[in-house]
Design a protein around this ligand. Structure first.
Ligand code: 5RP
Length: 225
């Protein structure tokens, strides 16, 4: 899927115009978009301000010499380009495979336009069929929080990083939740976020304007106006 990711990422970067504030997503597909933005800044003299959605993305953007800032300093983002783990026909998403879902959701929420870049394997008929839903939870009483999540009819595992518990950039944990099928993502998202100790979940509902699916040659563009 390397070529597909590359084609999607690089194509999406060309939606960015001079002077824009750009949300910089996380993951192997968003990385190609950021790389292309770096090239455009050097070759075309494009001037943008990047708002990274993770520490990993911040390092990449800095290495490329991009201007980096924060949402606090630039509260309105023109375009965000990010990846996804699953995309349904309404362009709702599961995100958080890389553990950056909280910052990604905040950045997307404050964006005028959200472009998702992905390879064809990410398209599904119903969310949850292939990918477990990541839910960011606080460390305190994580076992009890996970039990409450499981009352919503799923099985949940604390994400591990080799032999230690994975920690997000916000020093929280991730519970990966197997729902098998998520037919009502909006209502599930509300139910999850109502559980004390849940910080945010990886369902992105009604947040995306455009999806770019990379192909071996070229891309397919799906948009909702
Ligand atoms: C990180 C994410 C990523 O965007 C998502 O996991 C897709 O990653 P990739 O482009 O590497 O397949 O949500 O939290």
């Amino acid at each position: 899927m390397l070529v597909e990711k590359r084609n999607a990422g690089r194509y999406a970067a060309d939606f960015v115009k001079d002077g824009m504030v750009v949300g910089l997503g996380t993951g192997s597909t968003a990385k190609h978009a950021i790389q292309r933005l770096g090239e455009r800044c050097k070759k075309e003299g494009l001037e943008i301000i990047g708002i990274p959605t993770s520490e990993q993305t911040k390092v990449q953007a800095e290495d490329l010499g991009l201007n980096i800032s924060t949402l606090d300093e630039h509260p309105v983002i023109d375009i965000t380009i990010d990846g996804a783990d699953e995309i349904d026909p309404e362009l709702n998403l599961i995100k958080g495979g890389g553990g950056a879902l909280l910052r990604e959701k905040i950045v997307a929420y404050h964006s005028k336009e959200v472009i998702i870049v992905a390879d064809p394997s990410k398209m599904v008929d119903v969310l949850g069929v292939k990918f477990d839903l990541p839910v960011e939870i606080i460390q305190f009483c994580s076992t009890a929080i996970i039990s409450s999540i499981e009352e919503l009819d799923c099985s949940a595992d604390l994400r591990m990083d080799n032999n230690t518990v994975f920690k997000t950039d916000n020093n929280n944990y991730i519970a990966d939740c197997k729902f098998h099928q998520i037919s009502e993502p909006y209502s599930l998202s509300r139910q999850l976020n109502d559980i004390p100790g849940v910080v945010e979940n990886g369902l992105f509902v009604d947040m995306v304007n455009r999806v770019i699916i990379g192909k071996k040659e070229g891309v397919e563009e799906i948009s909702i106006e």
